[in-house]
Design a protein around this ligand. Structure first.
Ligand code: FAD
Ligand code: SF4
Ligand code: SF4
Length: 477
């Protein structure tokens, strides 16, 4: 039944059903169910239709949230889908994995004492339903252009740009070194946050719209960067950041100490049905092991929860700051705790024990000191506070830095920032090399899917302007 708006005063916030921890520990399926029609309409009707919607202001895509909430509440779901998909290339993905508590929902202003509107869950419901009802049509260009664009990287930044450029009529080829499309959506983020079918569905949709994919293609290796520049009228670099930050200390090189992404990629491949020798041999498999994960970000949370699902004997997360000062989402910490993960806050590794393989981590207790100029408190070890945690598998999840892109591309002229990310003009997304653009994590550093989508869309607009200006200039010659 169609709902009136402003229902938050008497209708409590209701999130979609969350599976019990005991049940979800046993598989890699998503932990949240989807709203049904009644639930989605009721929750959307809680919105107070703010004149200045802070939810939209704090959404990196400036989604027209109040509009699609109202249309959902009124049962006009196909129109809600049209509005939602106009600003977001992958609404069903953002609805699942955006940290809404820090973005749209965290800034929802319905009166104090009432919980925010469940924006993410409604966004997901709209597009999942649109796929089921056949409202999601393949991309159709109004005119076909003569020019082509090469995109390096099939993650959310590259895919969002591919969609927008294809819609403008360009021939779009996306190159990726992996064998599947999606970047971290397919091989980084585990299925319990984002089921793989959701990503595979978008791959098919892009192909149906005419985007060409060249997979198992390491640019700079098998195919040179220079050849892409020759082949295409513009090139977009959307390669993400993959260089794992290292741990130091005695024993840091022992077998059994592994990088987070190697571990997650192996697990994701295994759940996709691939045969993965490092999983079968036990090297990157937590089954029956005491697992210690070092780090406090979203990657660390994904590792601890993956280890639980693989049947680890125990899973401990060591983080040098406390719960309030961790970079990862508190919602994910709560989910991990419910699933049996032990968090040891204010603890940092000082040595890794073992002869032929790791058997334990010796850690020191830390305390938080005075804030520095950026406001972040220092962390200092407490003398004589060492303790040991048993470990057969240690996963390093301390964050990522960019790879050496000029080196990887054999293009020493390509300019970098002081952080090692690609340097681009903030308005045109173009690097110092004419016709070479960049977007996503390789420009921002490790960030979020929603920002990668935003950058991909904006870069596509800039590439369109560039190509059109080039062809006008050529015509005038
Ligand atoms: P990527 O997704 O990294 O894609 C880059 C692509 O480029 C990859 O497919 C790679 O194979 C390809 N590539 C790289 N070099 C080459 C080359 N030389 N030749 C060919 N191809 C190449 N964000 C959220 O919003 N919510 C989350 O819950 C979340 N969870 C995360 C969990 C983990 C474990 C990690 C690591 C990140 C998470 N993030 C999350 C961050 C998010 O995944 C990234 O910010 C986002 O994927 C960046 O998109 P991108 O397109 O720039 O790069
Ligand atoms: Fe919220 Fe992300 Fe959707 Fe924007 S894209 S409305 S931040 S869930
Ligand atoms: Fe609706 Fe909250 Fe956005 Fe206001 S801030 S428009 S109440 S979702």
């Amino acid at each position: 039944m169609a709902q009136r708006m402003l229902q938050f005063t008497h209708l409590p916030q209701q999130t979609p059903h969350k599976r019990e921890a005991e049940e979800r520990r046993a598989d890699f399926g998503e932990i949240y169910a989807r709203f049904d029609q009644t639930g989605a309409e009721a929750q959307a009707s809680r919105c107070s239709q703010c004149g200045i919607p802070f939810c939209s202001i704090h959404c990196p895509l400036s989604n027209n949230i109040p509009d699609w909430l109202k249309l959902t509440a009124e049962g006009r779901l196909e129109e809600a889908y049209e509005v939602s998909s106009a600003t977001n290339t992958f609404p069903e993905i953002c609805g699942r994995i955006c940290p809404q508590d820090r973005l749209c929902e965290g800034n929802c202003v319905i009166e104090k004492g009432f919980e925010s509107v469940t924006i993410g869950a409604v966004e997901r419901y709209i597009t999942d339903t649109a796929f089921e009802k056949g409202w999601v049509k393949p991309i159709r260009a109004l005119v076909e252009q003569a020019q082509s664009v090469g995109i390096i990287g099939a993650g959310p930044a590259g895919l969002a740009a591919a969609e927008a450029l294809r819609r403008q009529g360009y021939k779009v080829t996306v190159y990726d070194r992996h064998d599947r499309v999606g970047g971290l959506l397919i091989y980084g983020i585990p299925g319990f946050k984002l089921e793989k079918d959701i990503v595979l569905r978008r791959w098919k949709w892009l192909e149906e719209g005419g985007v060409e994919f060249v997979l198992n293609a390491d640019i700079g290796g098998k195919i040179s960067f220079a050849s892409l520049r020759e082949k295409h009228d513009a090139v977009l670099v959307a390669t993400g950041v993959y260089k794992a930050r290292e741990i130091s200390g005695p024993g840091a090189g022992l077998p059994g100490i592994v990088p987070a992404l190697d571990y997650l990629i192996t697990s994701n491949r295994q759940t996709l049905g691939d045969s993965v020798p490092d999983f079968d041999s036990g090297k990157l498999n937590a089954a029956g092991k005491n697992v210690v994960v070092i780090g406090g970000g979203d990657t660390a949370m994904d590792c601890v929860r993956t280890a639980v699902r693989q049947g680890a004997k125990s899973v401990t997360c060591l983080y040098r700051r406390d719960r309030q000062n961790m970079p990862g989402s508190l919602r994910e910490v709560k989910n991990a705790e419910d699933e049996g993960v032990v968090f040891t806050w204010l603890a940092a590794p000082e040595a890794f024990l073992g002869d032929t393989t790791v058997t334990g981590v010796r850690a020191t207790r830390m305390h938080l000191g005075l804030p520095d100029a950026s406001g972040r408190q220092s962390v200092d070890p407490i003398a004589g506070s060492s303790f040991t945690v048993e470990a057969d598998l240690v996963i390093k999840a301390l964050g990522f830095d960019p790879e050496d892109m000029p080196g990887a591309f054999n293009e020493p002229a390509l300019k970098l920032t002081g952080w090692g990310t690609l340097k681009v003009n903030a308005k045109t997304f173009m690097s110092n090399l004419p016709g070479v653009f960049a977007a996503g994590d390789i420009v921002r550093g490790a960030s979020l899917v929603v920002w990668a989508i935003r950058d991909g869309r904006d870069a596509a607009t800039a590439i369109h302007d560039f190509i059109q200006a080039q062809s006008l200039a050529q015509a005038a010659e």
